[in-house]
Structures are given as C-alpha cells and as structure tokens.
Design a protein around this ligand. Structure first.
Ligand SMILES: Cc1cc2nc3c(=O)[nH]c(=O)nc-3n(C[C@H](O)[C@H](O)[C@H](O)COP(=O)(O)OP(=O)(O)OC[C@H]3O[C@@H](n4cnc5c(N)ncnc54)[C@H](O)[C@@H]3O)c2cc1C
Length: 398
C-alpha cells in the first residue's frame, strides 16, 4: 500500500519509519529543500521518549542533550527569583528527559528513515482528489500521482488540511501571544541555565544550544491576532515591541540575524471536529497543535504517527484504522490543549500586578511538594501500551 506523507518533520518522519517497518510503501514530500537547520529547543520526555526508544534512536539523541541544569526566572539584574532544577523536573516527569534542539531530533529521525523511504525535497501538494479507489495528488513540481492514502503531517499551517478540510481560520484558536526565536552569539556567561526575564506583555528567554559560543533567544509577546508576519517585517516588529526592555534584551535584539533567519509564529492551537476524511488523515500539529506551552507537541506528533501506523497495520481497512487512531489520540491531545490554554493565560502577564502574582506562584510551585500536582496536571507519562500488548489489546477493536 502506497502512502503519501506531506511533511517531513517529526510526525512525518516517525510515520514513515513505522509504516515502512509494517510493510507499507511510504513516500514523503517535504517543502523545504533539505532537512531544516537551527530552530529552537524542546523538552523531550514521556511518550516521545518512549516512541524514540522503540525506534532505537536514543543513543543518537543523547549526545545532543542541551547543556542546561536549571530554568531560572530572573530579575532585571539577572538574579534568579525562582528556579526549576533538573532534580525537580525529574520528580515531575518521573522518567527520562532530554533537552534537545528540534532540528537534532529531526536529524536523528532522518538518519533512520532516509535509506528506506523516498523523500522528495523542495516540493508540495497543491491539489487532492479523493476517488473511491485512490487519492490523486497534484504536486507543485508539475506531476500528478495516485496513492492509496494521503497523510498530512505538514504542521500547524498544514496545506493538506487547507485542501481537504477547510481554511486554517476555521480551526485556529489563538492564545494571544506571538513567539520569535533565533541564534545569537553568547556574550553573557550565563552558564548552564535557561533564563527567563518577563515584563508586562513581553518575555525574553535564552539558553545554550551546545554549540560553542551560541545561544538561542526566544522572545514572547502579547499581540492581537494578526496572522503570519512577513519575514521582512519581523525585526522591526521585535525592535518596536521590546524597545526599552531591561536585562540583556537590547543586546539580544542588536545581535538578531536578518529577518529571513528569524523564526516567528503566532501561538495558536488547532482544534478540528475530525482528523480524517475519506483516504486522507492528519497527524501532529496539522490536526492537534497544542503550542509550546504544553511541551508535548513532539510527543503527541510521534505518538499519533506510531498509533496510526499500528492501526493501519492491524485493522486492514483504512477507514477503521483512521477512526481507531483518532479515537485514541483525540482525548490525549484535547487534555493537553486544555492545560496549555490554562497556562498560556499566565505565561506572559499583561500587567505589573499579574507579573507580581506570577513571580509569587513560580516561587511557590517550584518545590518538591508540587511535583505530583504538576505531573498529574500535565499528563507527562507515556500514553502508549507496552509494545508487546499493542496488537492484541489496542487495535483489534473497532
Ligand atoms: C518555540 C517552540 C518550542 C516548543 N517546545 C516544545 C517542547 O519543549 N516539547 C515539545 O514536545 N514540543 C514543543 N514544541 C512543539 C513541537 O515543536 C511541535 O508540536 C512539533 O514539532 C510538531 O511536529 P509536526 O511534525 O506535526 O510539525 P512540524 O515540526 O512543524 O513539521 C512539519 C513539516 O512539514 C513541512 N511542511 C510544511 N508545509 C508543507 C507543505 N505544504 N508541503 C510539504 N511539507 C510541508 C515543514 O517544512 C516541516 O518539515 C515547541 C514549538 C515551538 C514553536
């Protein structure tokens, strides 16, 4: 069975791996001209870690661990006012955790997929026709081809979703914040920390990438929904928004690369009534983006890919498999979206009073006593059944 996967990110590459393992013939079409570089840091644990273990790639990931021992919430002088240490994080997660660059995870996935799976870089899907027997796809490169199934793994701004399910605006839930991220030279000697500095309506975060002399700057700011910001306007927007901000922010802005190299997006969740239609299904951020606040987007993207591949393998029929996949994943994604929605409200307080309250709560909550509460709240354990129980228990039911 030939399956076209639109998008060669975390979800798409994980799906390609598991489909190949189960005897399918996946083909990946990726818009970028090569694997993506740079990017941003991610916390990787729970379900994502479990899927990666089942893929045998932990050894490839471990050397890329970011050199971060704690998350420090600092004041304008750089002094920590609250601290989330790795020890406390371990008590919350109660399992293995890696801090990675997103591109490092994609690279490890690519390593175990590229020899067995056809990946077409620099192309995309521009039209989809679902006939009873197949799904016909027109590519931007000019070709038309029929596949048995199409899976959209093309992220929050999924083109597959737009072509088959409807425009993004129908499914977008904006959380009131924009985010921007880029690499800067390390001239601050902050050590092995991820530092957060917040003023009303805006927050600056820096952390080391593990490459000598390099940090990532992450800037979060409240803004009315305005859609995507063109690359040429990104730096001006950042300079205007962060003008006059304390701590090392002016220097982070002065060191920003050209707007072309600045990652910027709105903090938006994707909420859809259904994740599949005929011979087309969506996985990862394309159907269930939770935003960075959940810190589990990668986990749910990999879980969705894994569960969809297992469902297709065991169910035989794609319609039943799509239903089974969605039924299993939706409740997990919905729960994490709800949590992220709640925490996003206080992520960047809009007022000085809100900021004082946030500081107090941070200090209170960063203690061992709150570890079980945080663990329950975030649902940080793996959602996968034991590997040897999957075929028997999970997918034989309709
Ligand atoms: C700043 C930030 C911090 C985050 N922190 C965390 C964290 O700590 N932990 C965590 O688990 N998650 C985190 N996330 C979320 C996580 O990165 C996403 O949930 C995850 O990457 C989703 O994977 P995906 O494969 O669905 O989408 P993506 O990673 O977006 O991949 C989509 C792929 O599709 C390609 N594509 C897009 N359009 C097309 C097209 N038209 N045709 C072909 N290909 C296309 C893209 O080039 C890309 O390769 C964070 C996100 C951000 C922005």
């Amino acid at each position: 069975m030939r399956v076209l996967i639109c998008g060669g990110g975390v979800a798409g590459l994980t799906l390609a791996y598991w489909l190949r393992r189960r005897g399918f013939e996946p083909v990946v079409v990726e818009r970028a001209s090569h694997g993506r570089l740079g990017g941003y840091g991610i916390d990787f644990f729970g379900t994502g870690y479990d899927v990666a273990t089942r893929m045998g790639i932990i050894d490839r990931l471990a050397p890329h661990q970011l050199p971060v021992d704690s998350v420090d919430f600092v004041d304008a002088s750089g002094k920590a006012t609250a601290r989330l240490t790795n020890e406390l994080l371990a008590k919350v997660i109660q399992g293995p955790h890696l801090g990675l660059m997103h591109s490092g995870l994609e690279g490890a996935l690519l390593d175990v997929v590229q020899d067995d799976v056809e990946i077409r870089y620099g192309d995309t899907v521009i039209a989809v026709r679902d006939t009873a027997a197949a799904v016909e796809v027109d590519f931007a490169g000019g070709d038309t081809e029929a596949f048995d199934l199409l899976v959209g793994a093309d992220g929050i701004h999924s083109v597959t979703r737009g072509l088959v399910f409807g425009p993004e605006a129908e499914f977008a839930r904006y959380l009131g914040c924009h985010l921007a991220s880029y690499a800067v030279p390390d001239r601050y000697d902050l050590g092995r920390i991820r530092a957060h500095y917040t003023e009303p309506g805006r927050q600056a975060v820096v952390y080391p990438t593990g490459r000598t002399g390099e940090l990532i700057a992450l800037l979060l700011f409240k803004a009315p929904y305005g859609g995507s910001v063109p690359r040429g306007r990104r730096l001006d927007l950042l300079r205007a928004t962060f003008d006059g901000m304390g701590w090392i922010t002016p220097s982070l802005l002065a060191d920003a690369p050209s707007g072309e190299a600045v990652f910027m997006d709105t903090m938006t969740q994707i909420v859809m009534p259904t994740w599949h239609h005929g011979r087309v299904a969506l996985i990862g951020d394309a159907c269930g983006c939770m935003t960075m606040v959940s810190a589990q987007g990668v986990s749910m993207a990999m879980a969705g890919a894994y569960i969809l591949a297992e469902a297709l393998h065991t169910q035989g029929d794609h319609a039943r498999a799509f239903r089974s996949y969605e039924e299993r994943m939706r409740r997990e994604v919905t729960r994490r979206q709800r949590n992220a929605l709640f925490f996003a409200r206080s992520l960047v307080p809009g007022t000085r009073t809100g900021l004082i309250a946030q500081n107090l709560i941070s200090r209170l909550i960063m203690r061992d006593a709150f570890a079980p509460v945080l663990r329950r709240q975030f649902g940080v354990g793996t959602i996968l059944p034991p590997q040897d129980a999957i075929t028997a228990i999970d997918f034989r039911r309709d």
